[in-house]
Design a protein around this ligand. Structure first.
Ligand SMILES: Cc1cc2nc3c(=O)[nH]c(=O)nc-3n(C[C@H](O)[C@H](O)[C@H](O)COP(=O)(O)OP(=O)(O)OC[C@H]3O[C@@H](n4cnc5c(N)ncnc54)[C@H](O)[C@@H]3O)c2cc1C
Length: 489
C-alpha cells in the first residue's frame, strides 16, 4: 500500500491530538506543531500556586471524556484512571426551605428524594432525556446541528426541554429554589445571559451526563487524557514538535493536509489572503464571548462546607439561587464584574488524594468576567466560597489568579479569555464557524479547522478533531475512519 500524503496538525489541544491520532491510525504520517513547551492546550496539569502542588490549568472535570463517542472508541477508560464520584455537582444555598445544598447524584432517584418539594419536577425534566440519552448526545454532539437526527423522539425531547429551560418559562415547573439552581448551575457553564436557548441546551446535555456516566476526575489530573493521546500518536508513527508556533501557511509547505486546532482568528492570521474573501468575512464575523478568570487555592484542609454533603461532589456551582446566578451572568454580559459572581469550583483532592503532598488541598475555581478582563477577582471569589463554607478563608495557604487577559496570553485560542473559542450563542452553534454540512472543511484545498471553534464546540471530547480528521480522510485520502481502540491496528 502507498503511504498516504502527510499531514500537519497545528495545536496539541485535545482536538488537535484527536485529529492527529485519527489520521495516524489510518496510516497518514502526521506532525503536530505546538506553540507551547508542553502538549495539552486546555488539559494541562501543572504547578500554579506553589511548588509541588498540581492544579489543572484549564479543564478539570470530564463528563464528555467518558460520555462521548471519540473517547469511547479510543477506550480512554482503559488508558486513564478516572474517579467517578456518586455525586456529580452541587449547588450550595443559604438554607431556605431547610435545604443548604442541591446535589445532583448520578442516581436520579436519590437526587429527587434529597431535593425536597421540587424533586419530582426535577426528575421529570431529566428522566426522558436519560431514556433517550444516546439519541440526545447524537443530536447535540454528533457534528453539525443541521444533520438529520438519528432519533427523532430524542431530538424532540431535547428540543422541548431546551425550549422550556431557555426561555422565561424556565421557572414554570418549579416552586422552590434548590432544583432550579441545580439546573441553571450547569447551564451557566457556557457563559451568557440566562435564560437563553444555547446555555439551556448545554445544561440539559451536561446535566444528563451527570445523571448517567457521572462527572469524572482523572487520577493525576487532566493532562493524563492528552498524555494518552500523545502516547497513541507516537506509537502510530506521529511526531510532536513543541515550541513551534505556526504564523504563516508557508511554514507548512510540504504537507498536503493541514489541520488547525486554532481559533478562527488564528486561522485568519495564518492563512490570511490565501482564504477566499467570503470565507474570510465569515471568520471575521465569528464573535468571541465573555471570559473566565481563574482563581486557584492551596488549603491546609478540605473546604469546610456548611452542608457536608457537598464534599461528595467534584464540581460545585457557587451562585446561590437561580435568580442570583442569572443576575451575575447578566452583569458580565453588560461588561461589569459582579459583586457576587457565579463561581465554578472543583475539589480534586477529595477524589484523587495522592495527586498532591499530604495535608495540601488543591482548589480550582473560575468565575465569569467580561471579555479581556484584568480585574482582581480573588476577593469576590473568596467571599462567595466563604458564604457557603464559613472558615474557608482561614484554610488558605496560598492563592493565585489567572485573569482572562492572562488566559489569552497562555493560549492563542482563548481570545480575550473566551475559552470556548467563540461565544456560545444559538447562531454560533449553527454557524460554527460557518453553516455547512462539513464545517471543519475550509474552501482552501487540504485545509481544515479542527478546534472547538467547530462543532460540537467547547469541552474535552476530541469530537471536533475526530470529525475534522474523518472528513479529511474521506475527502483527501479516500480512506475510512480507522479503529481507535487499545487493541486496534
Ligand atoms: C479555566 C477553564 C476551565 C475549563 N474547564 C473545563 C472542564 O472542566 N471540562 C471540559 O470539558 N472543558 C473545560 N474547559 C474547556 C476546554 O479546556 C476546551 O474546550 C478544550 O481544551 C478545547 O480543546 P481544543 O483542542 O479545541 O483547544 P485547546 O485545548 O485550546 O488547544 C489548542 C492548542 O493549540 C495551540 N496553538 C494555538 N495556535 C497555535 C499556533 N499558531 N501554532 C502552534 N500551536 C498553536 C495552543 O497553544 C493550544 O495548545 C475549560 C477551559 C478553561 C480555560
Amino acid at each position: 500500500m502507498n503511504t498516504p500524503a502527510n499531514a500537519a496538525v497545528v495545536g496539541a489541544g485535545p482536538n488537535g491530538l484527536a485529529a492527529a491520532v485519527t489520521l495516524a491510525r489510518a496510516g497518514v504520517p502526521v506532525t503536530v506543531f505546538e506553540a507551547a513547551e508542553t502538549v495539552g492546550g486546555g488539559t494541562r496539569t501543572q504547578e500554579i500556586v506553589q511548588p509541588g502542588v498540581l492544579h489543572d490549568m484549564c479543564s478539570a472535570i470530564h463528563p464528555m471524556a467518558l460520555g462521548t463517542e471519540f473517547f469511547r472508541q479510543f477506550e480512554i477508560a482503559r488508558r486513564v484512571d478516572f474517579a467517578v464520584p456518586e455525586a456529580s455537582y452541587a449547588n450550595p444555598l443559604d438554607g431556605a426551605h431547610g435545604i443548604r445544598a442541591a446535589i445532583a447524584y448520578r442516581d436520579l432517584d436519590r437526587t429527587r428524594e434529597e431535593l425536597g418539594g421540587d424533586g419530582t419536577a426535577y426528575a421529570r425534566l431529566y428522566r426522558p432525556v436519560l431514556n433517550h440519552l444516546e439519541g440526545v448526545i447524537d443530536f447535540a454532539l454528533g457534528g453539525s446541528l443541521l444533520r438529520w437526527p438519528q432519533s427523532i423522539p430524542a431530538a424532540i425531547t431535547m428540543a422541548m426541554r431546551t425550549a422550556e429551560q431557555g426561555t422565561p418559562l424556565w421557572g414554570a415547573r418549579f416552586r422552590e429554589e434548590a432544583a432550579p439552581s441545580l439546573v441553571s448551575g450547569v447551564a451557566a457553564h457556557s457563559i451568557g445571559r440566562m435564560p437563553n436557548l444555547a446555555t439551556a441546551g448545554v445544561g440539559i446535555v451536561l446535566g444528563a451526563l451527570g445523571h448517567a456516566g457521572g462527572w469524572p476526575v482523572p487520577i493525576g489530573g487532566s493532562r493524563m487524557i492528552t498524555d494518552a493521546l500523545v502516547a497513541d500518536l507516537v506509537a502510530h508513527g506521529g511526531r510532536v514538535e513543541l515550541g513551534r508556533e505556526i504564523r504563516h501557511l508557508d511554514e507548512l509547505e510540504g504537507f498536503d493536509v493541514k489541520m488547525f486546532d486554532t481559533s478562527t482568528r488564528g486561522l485568519l492570521s495564518i492563512a490570511g489572503s490565501a482564504l477566499p474573501a467570503a470565507y474570510r468575512r465569515a471568520l471575521a464575523r465569528f464573535r468571541f464571548g465573555d471570559a473566565a478568570t481563574k482563581v486557584d487555592f492551596v488549603l491546609d484542609g478540605p473546604i469546610p462546607w456548611s452542608d457536608p454533603r457537598v464534599h461528595a461532589a467534584p464540581t460545585v456551582h457557587l451562585g446561590g439561587t437561580r435568580g442570583e446566578a442569572a443576575h451575575a451572568e447578566r452583569e458580565v454580559a453588560r461588561g461589569r464584574h459582579p459583586e457576587q459572581p457565579f463561581v465554578l469550583l472543583a475539589q480534586p483532592t477529595e477524589f484523587d488524594p495522592d495527586r498532591n503532598p499530604a495535608g495540601t488541598h488543591a482548589v480550582w475555581s473560575y468565575t465569569h468576567v467580561p471579555h479581556g478582563s484584568n480585574i482582581d477577582m480573588v476577593s469576590a471569589v473568596t467571599t462567595q466560597i466563604e458564604r457557603f463554607a464559613p472558615g474557608f478563608r482561614d484554610r488558605i495557604i496560598a492563592v493565585h489568579q489567572t485573569s482572562a487577559a492572562d488566559l489569552a496570553q497562555y493560549n492563542n485560542n482563548y481570545v480575550g479569555g473566551d475559552f470556548s473559542a467563540g461565544a456560545i450563542t444559538l447562531r454560533q452553534l449553527l454557524a460554527r464557524p460557518v453553516i455547512s454540512p462539513e464545517p471543519w472543511r475550509t474552501p482552501l484545498p487540504g485545509v481544515y479547522l479542527c478546534s472547538s471553534a467547530t462543532p460540537p464546540g467547547p469541552g474535552v471530547h476530541g469530537l471536533s478533531g475526530w470529525y475534522a480528521a474523518r472528513t479529511a480522510l474521506r475527502r483527501e485520502y479516500g480512506l475510512p475512519a480507522p479503529e481507535l481502540g487499545v487493541a486496534g491496528p
